[in-house]
Design a protein around this ligand. Structure first.
Ligand code: PAF
Length: 282
């Protein structure tokens, strides 16, 4: 496994890959790798010839400095895990390499900025758009692999690729869950044992709401039940719980079994913010 630190380092390997006609798969990550990331890696291995995993905790996508400062980093363990998966390259740039200067550009994702993560994390998608564009420009992958847990992130990256005619195919991989259902996330590492127990409220709320909607309960009633469940959990506080169209991210005020729909949730467990989502009608 080669570790490359700059675009120039990568360039010579990239030129070789061009000569040999090999396809390149990119798995962008912020490290603190778990089985969910390794699922993306395995998918990339099965679909492309050369797999590059980037590890970079991107400062421009954090709208909360404390969250950035405390983002878990486990680089030696990450590299061991990637070696075991026979990853070909790890792109491990320094912050100054990626951002020699603060970028002047800002990307506005239109209506996606006003709902869910866009509404609650101002500037977050601008930062994601900038780093993903930089990674695509540096690595030049044929395919890039992202997890469905960050559903709205997949929506903004699809928009980026489409609106800027980027020549990369996106592959979205289903959410990997712990045995008890909690969606895998690097932030789970920061939960205390009591917060970890109460974090199950995210998946439990999604599943309960799904069952109630499919049993024809009105959406406002379902939301009331979920708000009530959160009141019973002292360490958990709900930020949003929305029924949306999974591609346009428009909010629904009522459930319609003829329309595609997913439920998205964001909640704090103590100071740790987690998100999850569940398709109702895929
Ligand atoms: O999903 C993530 O881990 C990050 O948002 C990404 C796509 C690696 C960009 O920093």
């Amino acid at each position: 496994m080669h570790i490359v630190y700059t675009g120039a380092d990568w360039q010579k390997y990239w030129l070789n890959s061009l000569k040999s006609d090999k396809t390149i798969g990119l798995v962008p990550t912020m490290g603190a790798l778990h089985e969910g990331h390794l699922d993306l890696v395995r998918k990339a291995k099965s679909e492309t010839d050369i797999v590059v995993v980037s590890i970079f905790v991107n400062p421009t996508q954090f709208n909360n400095q404390e969250d950035y400062d405390n983002y878990p980093t486990t680089i030696n363990e990450d590299l061991d895990k990637l070696r075991k998966e026979n990853v070909d390259f790890v792109f491990l740039p320094k912050t100054e390499t990626i951002y020699p200067e603060k970028p002047e550009l800002s990307i506005n994702f239109g209506d996606l900025e006003n709902v869910l993560e866009g509404a609650f994390r101002p500037g977050h998608f601008n930062g994601v758009g900038i780093i993903v564009s930089k990674l695509f420009n540096i690595i030049r992958p044929h395919k890039a692999f992202f997890g469905q847990k960050d559903l709205q992130q997949t929506g903004i990256i699809k928009r980026l690729v489409k609106d800027l005619s980027m020549d990369v195919q996106l592959v979205i991989v289903p959410t990997k869950r712990e045995n008890d259902g909690l969606a895998m996330s690097s932030r789970n590492l920061r939960l205390s044992s009591e917060e970890r127990k109460q974090a199950l409220i995210l998946i439990n709320s999604l599943e309960k709401a799904k069952q109630e909607l499919l049993a024809s309960k009105p959406w406002f009633e379902v939301q009331n039940h979920i708000n009530h469940d959160f009141e019973e959990m002292p360490l958990a506080s709900l930020e949003y719980f929305e029924l949306i169209h999974p591609e346009s991210f428009t909010r629904y005020s009522a459930f319609d079994a003829k329309q595609k729909s997913s439920i998205c949730i964001a909640a704090y467990l103590g100071k740790i913010r987690l998100i999850d989502n569940l398709p109702i009608i895929p």
